[in-house]
Structure formats: structure tokens, C-alpha cells
Design a binder for this molecule. Structure first.
Ligand SMILES: [Zn+2]
Ligand SMILES: [Zn+2]
Length: 388
């Protein structure tokens, strides 16, 4: 059976309503109780075996058909963000300060659509694992599911994930072999000098001046310490001191964020950052402490799953860009991709209005027209891959 988007047209209203319901009831990472309950109910109503509380609030559905021994794992994320929604449509968030501003409501509805379609159509032979992961935004949900034995309990051979891409045409997929999303590493630097009277700076050690020197030196990491072809971003995002009007600060904290596309650059940035802190500390006679926390690793696509995804998207009649440049944002799917051959794709969310606003903005919205495209892609991929 060669699945086309039209074959899923009958699901469009149901998936749109489901997505709007999730949008009205957004939940933050590891608090997706209502969301996971709704997903589990929908899967069960299609006769799909369900496991809940996999990695705290995660849900896994298992659908077996025929005698095929192959399997595939499809993953959606389901958490929302701590953002006050500014949209004006009739399904805005009823949970003040929380919003589906990354389209995870849409990702969940798409995967549920595929589960419903595949449960009702004999188009494959084998096992499909539908994974609904919690807490993608903080990079904690995938790890929680893996630590809860996800791949031992559901022994997937290949894993696939999709994220919507605002500003790209509806129905256009893009992907690449190798790194597709960046790592994210957070750092926090604490400078301890000696506060004092602003009229007598020579009696203290002004940590604002030391902090300013650090900010400037940190900018030399990308410009002078890394290969010019590296795509690395190092940003100082917070500068906090305890100084007041006429008091020089004795303590300053700098916080920041590092994005890299490979582990070699990730290690190098951290090494140079520590060297800079040590050097500046000696120069000014202050104590500088640094803590570095890797929140997301790079997402790497494997060749064969990538070819399979390209085949499914083009078979569906969608445009697919197979050599997309890597993205500067990070994705928790990276954890799955580090364990099994995987492919992560981006799917156009449209060029206009709320569908084209950047992810995480308070007036962004997932495009309902993409729901059956996404569900169709998942279904076609399963049907292609699980033939006995
Ligand atoms: Zn996000
Ligand atoms: Zn997201």
C-alpha cells in the first residue's frame, strides 16, 4: 500500500480538535499529566497497547501487525513552555503563563494520527513503538525515558523524530546526514573580589571590571581559538553583581550559553573558557569559580535512516531538502540518536502569520494543515520500512 496524504484526510478534523485541546491545556516538562492521560486514552481506543510513566510522564504505545520481525520507533515531544500566550485564536492557553510555543501539541497530534491510521489499516508487518516524550525543552525527558529502560523494554532498531520549522513552506521536509542540531552547554562564572567605596577603588577589587574583561576575552574563543569553519556560538547572557549606587561590587556572576556542532569544538570551548578564567583570576588577584553543564548533546543523523526518511517524504509527494544546513538550536532527540541509528527531520510550518513566527515566541502557532502531512509521513515511513 502506497500511502498518500489524502488517505489520512478523514482524520484532519479529529487531529485538529485534539491539537487545540492540548493547546488550551499546556503543561510544563514532567508535569504533562493531563496530556499523557489523553494520549494514553486515544491510543487505547485504537486498540494499541500502552505503557505510561515511562520516564516520569512519558507514554509508549506498541502496535504489532502480521508476522514481521522488524520494528521502528517514532518519537514526539509533548511539553509546553513558561510563556504567556499572546495569540488571539479561540483555543488559547487556559493555563496562564504556560504555552505550547514550540508546536509540541502538533507533534503529539501528528504521531497520534499515524497511530490511529496504522491501527486501522493493514499496511505493514512488524512492530511500531510510538514514543511520547516529556520535558524536551530542558533536555531531561529523553534521558529519563532511557534511564527507565526504554530501549530494553521496547527494543527499537531505528528511531525517528520530527520538529516543525516556522518560516519554511508547509509540507517541505528538510534533513541531512550527520549533525542536524547543535549541543547546548551552560556556564556560570562566579568572581569573588573585594567590594568597597566607589570613591576609593584602589582599596578593593572591583568585580565588574574583572567581569567585563572576562566577557571580552570570552569573545576571543570563537574568533581566535577555533577553526574559522567551525559553527560555534558563545554568548554571555547574564551579568549580575552585588554593587549599588556608591558601592563597588565584591561579587559578580556571569552566565552564558555555548552551541557547537561537534564534540571536539564542545571540549575545546570548555578548555579555553577555563584557561581564560584562570588567567584573569591571576591577573587581578581574585577567586573565579566556573561551573559548566552540558544540557544537550549534538543531534546526529545516520545515513540509512536518513535515506529511509527521504524516501518516505518524497513518496508522499512532499518536497525534501536532503542537505539542509545544521540548525543552531538544540534537540533532546539527540539522546535517542546517540543510542540507535536515527533520523531527525524538520517540517515546514508555513510562511505566514502565527505559523511563521519563531519558535518560543508568544504569538507562534503550529499549523493545523501540517497535521495530516506529518501523520502521513509517519504512516508511509512505517509502511515502507516494515514489509515482511
Ligand atoms: Zn522548544
Ligand atoms: Zn520544540
Amino acid at each position: 500500500m502506497s500511502i498518500l496524504i489524502e488517505d489520512l484526510a478523514h482524520l484532519e478534523t479529529e487531529l485538529t480538535n485534539f491539537r487545540h485541546d492540548l493547546h488550551m491545556h499546556p503543561e510544563l516538562g514532567f508535569k504533562e499529566k493531563r496530556t499523557s492521560f489523553k494520549i494514553a486514552e486515544e491510543l487505547k481506543s485504537s486498540g494499541i497497547e500502552v505503557s505510561t510513566e515511562v520516564g516520569k510522564t512519558g507514554v509508549v504505545g506498541v502496535l504489532k501487525k502480521g508476522h514481521g520481525t522488524k520494528n521502528i520507533m517514532l518519537r514526539a515531544d509533548m511539553d509546553a513552555l513558561p510563556i504567556n500566550e499572546k495569540s488571539t485564536h479561540n483555543y488559547t492557553s487556559k493555563n496562564p503563563g504556560v504555552m505550547h510555543a514550540c508546536g509540541h501539541d502538533g507533534h503529539t497530534a501528528m504521531l497520534l494520527g499515524a497511530a490511529k491510521f496504522l491501527a486501522n489499516n493493514d499496511c505493514f508487518s512488524g512492530t511500531v513503538y510510538f514514543v511520547f516524550q516529556p520535558n524536551e525543552e530542558h533536555g531531561l525527558g529523553a534521558k529519563a525515558m532511557l534511564e527507565d529502560g526504554l530501549l530494553e523494554r521496547f527494543p527499537a532498531k531505528e528511531i525517528y523524530g520530527i520538529h516543525n520549522l516556522p518560516g519554511a513552506p508547509l509540507g517541505e521536509f528538510s534533513t541531512r546526514v550527520g549533525v542536524i542540531c547543535a549541543s547546548e552547554t551552560l556556564f556560570e562564572i562566579t568572581i569573588e573580589g573585594r567590594g568597597g567605596h566607589s570613591s576609593m577603588p584602589h582599596l578593593g577589587v572591583d568585580t565588574i571590571l574583572v567581569g567585563s574583561e572576562l566577557v571580552t576575552s570570552i569573545q576571543t574563543i570563537v574568533s581566535r581559538k577555533l577553526d574559522p569553519c567551525s559553527t560555534v556560538v558563545v554568548s554571555v547572557t547574564e551579568f549580575i553583581s552585588d554593587g549599588i549606587r556608591n558601592v563597588l561590587p565584591g561579587k559578580t556572576v556571569l552566565k552564558g550559553d555555548i552551541r557547537t556542532h561537534n564534540s571536539k569544538d564542545r571540549s575545546k570551548v570548555q578548555k579555553v573558557l577555563k584557561q581564560i578564567c584562570n588567567g584573569v583570576a591571576k591577573l587581578h588577584g581574585v577567586k573565579i569559580k566556573i561551573s559548566i553543564n552540558n544540557e544537550f548533546i549534538e543531534t546526529n543523523n545516520s545515513r540509512i535512516p536518513n535515506e529511509n526518511a527521504i524516501k518516505a517524504a518524497s513518496g508522499l509527494g512532499c518536497k525534501i531538502i536532503s542537505d539542509s544546513p545544521p540548525m543552531s538550536f538544540s534537540e533532546d532527540f539527540a539522546q535517542f540518536a546517540s543510542k540507535r541509528p536515527s533520523c531527525f527531520l524538520l517540517m515546514g510550518n508555513g510562511l505566514e502569520g502565527a505559523n511563521s513566527q519563531p519558535l518560543h515566541s508568544s504569538d507562534y502557532d503550529f499549523n493545523d494543515k501540517a497535521l495530516i502531512t506529518g501523520a502521513g509521513f509517519w504512516s508511509r515511513l512505517v509502511s515502507n520500512q516494515l514489509q515482511s
